[in-house]
Design a protein around this ligand. Structure first.
Ligand code: P6P
Length: 337
């Protein structure tokens, strides 16, 4: 097992993990390290988001009259720039871009990267925690090592079940900045010491507590739910449980992962785009489902389908999501079906 003493840096942890697999060539290590640099860069920008108007970073013109990116664009470009010529990914999918994002010619790699650069960004203006979510499946369209450097990835490389992910995780820009991820060997949390610029192992081998302490759902959508969902929510509120919903998926997920809870974003009748729920499969539901399974929890649709077993048909497809304590999710599904 990887030596996971509290306080080791995330880079040391990733290197230790690589040494567990002699056949590993270090591509995943390199990819994760690039993501760490991107996370530190984004963190610096997010931490001064409140000054955006003053610093002219709110998508308006800055003091020099230059068009300045807003934070969504800035975080999206930060990740793209770091990954497009790192040689570890063959293509990318971002919540911010309609089509798959190619990497520089000659720099194609054996993984793909799907990400939500800044989930919950509407909360920036009210200083609520936001996050970056990432999913790393292996490419499937070109197996031979040599040729893959020149062969760009395609949409097909992304249309894989969540169970095929090699790694997944998120960076939470909250009261402290944390990187929480798994490569299939448990879930570990690393907290950034901004004075040093290092992420240190602070939460090792995270397991979701057995007790479901929190219920996270937007009750403002109550009138749009189907009857079964309405009855389930009334049922679960009859017992000792606290309602916590901050409207930032990463923050709601992280609180429930650490303290125990169930998060639901079911499909609702509010508008046609949410017929299949609001959250995206590739870079929101699937990576979090990978993490919760590693942490002893469960993630399903409101029909009870395992999120990790859904084969995507399009890169931005949405899915209903019920995620959290295994018992609580199982009870919800019994109730809903
Ligand atoms: P609602 C943020 O926009 C987001 O994508 C998730 O982070 C969050 O869980 C959800 O939407 C909140 O949606 O409809 O409750 O405001």
């Amino acid at each position: 097992m990887v030596k996971k003493s509290l306080g080791i840096t995330v880079s040391r942890y990733i290197m230790d993990l690589q040494h567990m697999f002699p056949e590993a060539k270090g591509d995943l290590t390199g990819l994760l390290n690039e993501l760490i640099v991107a996370a530190k860069t984004i963190n610096a920008e997010v931490n001064k988001a409140g000054l955006a108007d003053i610093l002219g970073q709110s998508g308006k013109k800055n003091v020099q009259g230059e068009e300045v990116q807003n934070l969504d664009e800035l975080t999206n470009n930060t990740i793209k720039k770091r990954m497009e010529s790192c040689g570890y990914v063959c293509a990318m999918v971002s919540e911010e871009e309609d089509n798959i994002i190619p990497v520089r010619k000659g720099y194609s790699g054996k993984y793909t990267l799907a990400f939500d650069p800044l989930d919950g960004s509407s909360n920036i203006d009210v200083n609520v925690s936001i996050g970056t979510i990432f999913s790393i499946p292996r490419r499937i369209t070109s197996s031979s090592e040599v040729s893959s450097y020149d062969i760009p990835g395609t949409a097909e490389d992304f249309l894989q079940k969540g169970s095929e992910q090699v790694a997944a995780g998120y960076i939470l820009y909250g009261s402290s900045t944390m990187m929480v991820f798994s490569t299939g060997h448990g879930v570990n949390g690393f907290t950034l010491d901004p004075s040093v610029g290092e992420f240190y192992l602070s939460h090792k081998n995270i397991k979701i507590p057995k007790t479901c302490k929190y219920l996270s759902i937007n009750e403002g959508n109550h009138k749009y739910w189907n009857e079964n969902m309405k009855n389930y929510i009334d049922h679960i509120k009859d017992r000792e449980i606290s309602s916590r919903y901050i409207g930032s998926l990463v923050a709601d997920f992280h609180r429930n992962l650490i303290s125990g809870g169930i998060f639901l974003y079911p499909k609702d009748k509010k508008d046609p785009s949410k017929k299949q729920g609001k959250l995206r499969l590739l870079y929101e539901a699937a990576p979090l489902a990978f993490l919760i399974q590693q942490a002893g929890g469960k993630a399903v649709t409101d029909e009870g389908e395992d999120i990790l077993e859904i084969k995507p048909t399009s890169i931005h497809q949405r899915t209903p999501l019920i995620i959290g304590n295994k018992d609580a999710v199982s009870e919800a599904i019994e109730f809903l079906n």
